[in-house]
Design a protein around this ligand. Structure first.
Ligand code: 2AM
Length: 473
């Protein structure tokens, strides 16, 4: 049988769910997994489906209609190369290989170049939505040649989530741009999650119970914060532990894990000279959380502040924290999108931020009502320099800034760490400051290193050096 429309290698949960999704849209699917028992069990668990479980890679490749369309869903890194290495000798000209894992975009560019040199076609596709998204409809961010996208388009559009009637997949751009955009999506996701955790920390310190927290987040999910992450947060607060009857969240150890995409996002920001301080704070908050033993020891050594958060008026606190979260979220997205725009210019990718924001509206982890005005903002002004400048977001920041400041200062006085709220506020305040103290910094640099400086009373581009006095050691 050489008539299968789509092949997938790697039957971990994401791979299995994607296969079920593709099959459910009327495509005939062939599957292969390195460990054959996984393939057998998967196919046996889903009788009556248009699905072929191949026992060898040769059989798998032979079962696919040409040009073959093969998606790889294995662990990012060496496993992807191993699978590609074993596939290459079996493929024919113009066959398409899609890497749907969380690969580093530079790896994708390397693989793209190699496969192109062999007459094959490669797509690096970010897939977001977790296990449920893979089954019911993820957001898909494919990068590669537009002509290859056109071949894959019917399958991708059929399996993707939909938002406002549009499929949550679009051709992102050439080369590694799909995986790059997925990486930034994950960085933004880190920011969103940390901001929610900071709001939770404040409420918890003010004595909110789990059921009160569930109510707050349920109500927020009806307003401008409406999003998947706010929705699941409300559900989390409702979950009780079957053994103890206590809220489950209170029994979960406060030491966060992370894989690679947050770190890669920071590295790319540094390489491109783009500030993504909210996301940076979110990644570092996970690192600090993971040092559980050291934190417990330190908690016994250092004094607590005299003040604590009191919530005589809980509704007022909820309103304040809402504004701090919303404003910080605007900043976080402004930073992440700035990084995408900068990289797009750097690499000549010509990415369309409006379309990227549009496909994030459904399927993926950061899906949110909030992405509608972002889509609109870039649609109205494709060369928008920073999301904060879009009238909708400018007005929201102006409306929120007072209460945002009150939340950050209240947290500082009570010793509650709010690294992403505070980093966002500092970014906003730096951004809107016509004058910063970098004049002094330039003087210092000129003092010890003769790095020269420009003057406020002379045109830009003229450089001056002062003979500073010598200082005694
Ligand atoms: P396995 O079941 O044989 O371990 C997630 O780890 C998925 O990636 C699994 O389907 C796993 O297959 C597959 N995988 C991991 N490393 C691999 C490799 N080097 N070659 C092929 N598949 C691999």
């Amino acid at each position: 049988m050489t008539n299968h429309d789509f092949g997938l290698i790697g039957l971990a949960v994401m791979g299995q769910n994607l296969v079920l999704n593709v099959e459910s849209r009327g495509f005939r699917v062939a599957v292969f997994n390195r460990t054959g028992s996984v393939t057998r069990e998967f196919v046996a668990a889903h009788p009556g489906k248009a699905m072929f479980g191949a026992t060898t890679l040769e059989e798998f490749v032979g079962s696919l209609a040409r040009p073959r369309k093969i998606m790889i869903m294995v662990k990012a890194g060496a496993a992807v190369d191993a699978v590609i290495d074993s596939l290459v000798p079996l493929l024919d000209k113009d066959d398409i290989v899609i890497d749907g894992g969380n690969s580093l975009y530079t790896d994708t560019e390397r693989r793209d170049e190699r496969l192109r040199g062999l007459g094959l076609r490669f797509i690096g596709a970010g897939v977001s939505g977790g296990e449920e998204g893979a089954r019911k409809g993820p957001a898909i961010m494919p990068g590669g040649p537009a002509s290859t996208w056109e071949v894959m388009r019917p399958i991708f559009e059929a399996i993707a989530a939909r938002a406002e009637g549009e499929p949550c997949v679009t051709h992102i751009g050439p080369g590694g741009s799909g995986h790059y955009v997925k990486m930034i999506h994950n960085g933004i996701e880190y920011g969103d999650m940390q901001l929610i955790c900071e709001a939770y920390h404040l409420f918890k310190s003010a004595g909110f119970s789990a059921s009160e927290l569930a109510e707050v987040f349920t109500a927020w999910n009806d307003g401008d914060l409406e999003s998947y992450l706010i929705q699941i947060t409300a559900e989390i607060f409702r979950q009780t532990d079957p053994e103890t009857g206590l809220p489950l969240v209170d029994l979960i150890l406060d030491a966060a894990g992370q894989k690679g995409t947050g770190k890669w996002t920071l590295q790319s920001a540094i390489d491109n000279g783009v500030v993504i301080s909210t996301i940076h704070a979110a990644v570092e908050a996970r690192i600090l959380s993971s040092m559980k033993e050291r934190r417990v020891a330190a908690s016994r050594i250092f004094d607590r502040p005299a003040e604590s958060i009191t919530a005589r008026d809980k509704a007022a606190l909820v309103g304040m924290v809402h504004d701090a979260l919303y404003a910080s979220k605007i900043v976080s997205y402004a930073q992440g999108l700035d990084l995408i725009a900068t990289m797009s210019r750097e690499k000549g990718w010509n990415l369309d931020l409006s379309r990227i924001a549009a496909i994030w509206r459904g399927g993926c982890i950061i899906r949110a009502k909030f992405l509608n005005p972002i889509t609109e903002a870039y649609r109205a002004d494709p060369s928008l320099e920073n999301l904060m400048f879009a009238p909708f977001f400018r007005d929201a920041l102006n409306r929120s800034q007072q209460r945002w400041r009150e939340v950050v200062s209240m947290a500082a006085l009570a010793g509650i760490p709010v690294p992403s709220f505070a980093a966002s506020l500092a970014y906003y305040d730096s951004f809107r400051s016509a004058v910063l103290p970098a004049n002094l910094l330039q003087a210092q640099r000129d003092f010890f290193g003769a790095h020269t400086y420009e003057r406020t009373d002379r045109p830009r581009g003229e450089w001056f050096h002062t003979r500073w006095p010598e200082v005694a050691d």
